[in-house]
Ligand binder design. Structure first.
Ligand SMILES: C[S@@+](CC[C@H](N)C(=O)[O-])C[C@H]1O[C@@H](n2cnc3c(N)ncnc32)[C@H](O)[C@@H]1O
Length: 244
């Protein structure tokens, strides 16, 4: 039997936001590979082998999944949200780079609903015009690259979605991000903190840039900062689709 590998997004948390395509693929799989809390979201069933690992071993995890598929297993690699957004799809392709045998395997990526889209929908339409996403973790890139992208994103007047804003081991980055934003934006604008979106712990809060504090974010939060055009309408926040 030929093996296959699918990189699947489980969405932001709620089972209702896992696509039917992802659900059907997980139902066919013999093996699930991923970071422990995401693997735990897949229900146990007879014949399904779960391979859960720590967060920092993405490349090894991808290599393991490809080895399983090469051995004829039907493998699902799970990520939260969308697997192509700061997640496992890129790690799988990186693992395949020097391996023509793995490049010949049946590999595909199945999309999911990324945290920024679930958060934006709860808030209104803050990403309704041009926007970008920046990962604030400096595990895989130096801080000066992050800060340069942040300043250019403000200059280009994008709304910005920040992933991995703040962790216990990285308390400083988001504090610095807020300082740079206050300096570069030159005005007040909505800052939306969306925590644990679509889970029972969901908390959504919109404040002005001047009121925002580092403690409002943690690793379960996606932070959206509006462009100069983003504004409130009733209890919602949106960015109009025209630039001026
Ligand atoms: C490694 S990234 C994975 C992103 C994921 N692939 C996606 O498309 O949403 C993890 C970060 O995603 C954000 N995130 C994931 N799920 C979330 C949720 N339910 N609510 C808010 N933010 C979430 C947080 O910023 C978290 O630190």
């Amino acid at each position: 039997m030929n093996g296959w590998l699918r990189v699947v997004g489980l969405g932001p948390g709620s089972d209702g936001l896992i696509t039917p395509e992802a659900q059907a693929t997980i139902a066919d799989a013999t093996d699930v590979v991923g970071y422990l809390p995401y693997v735990a979201r897949v229900p146990d069933r007879p014949g399904l082998v779960k391979h859960a690992s720590d967060n920092r071993v993405e490349l090894e995890r991808a290599q393991h999944a490809l080895e399983l598929a090469a051995a004829g297993r039907w493998v699902v690699v799970v990520s939260s949200g969308d697997p192509g957004v700061f997640a496992m799809a890129a790690a799988v392709f990186e693992a395949m780079e020097d391996r023509p045998d793995w490049q010949a395997l049946d590999v595909a990526v199945l999309p999911g609903i990324s945290a920024m889209f679930a958060a934006a929908a709860q808030i209104g339409a803050p990403l309704g015009h041009d926007f970008c996403a920046i990962n604030l973790s400096d595990n895989l890139k130096p801080w000066d690259v992050i800060e340069r992208r942040l300043r250019l994103a403000v200059e280009a007047d994008f709304a910005i979605a920040f992933y991995n804003p703040r962790s216990v081991s990285r308390p400083e980055g988001f504090r610095r991000t807020l300082e740079v934003l206050r300096e570069a934006c030159g005005d007040d604008r909505p800052v939306m903190f969306a925590r644990a979106v679509t889970t029972p712990e969901e908390e959504i809060r919109t404040v002005g840039l001047q009121e925002a504090t580092p403690e409002m974010a943690d690793m379960r939060t996606v932070v959206i900062v509006g462009s100069s055009r983003t504004r409130r309408v009733g209890r919602h926040v949106y960015t109009p689709r025209h630039a001026l």
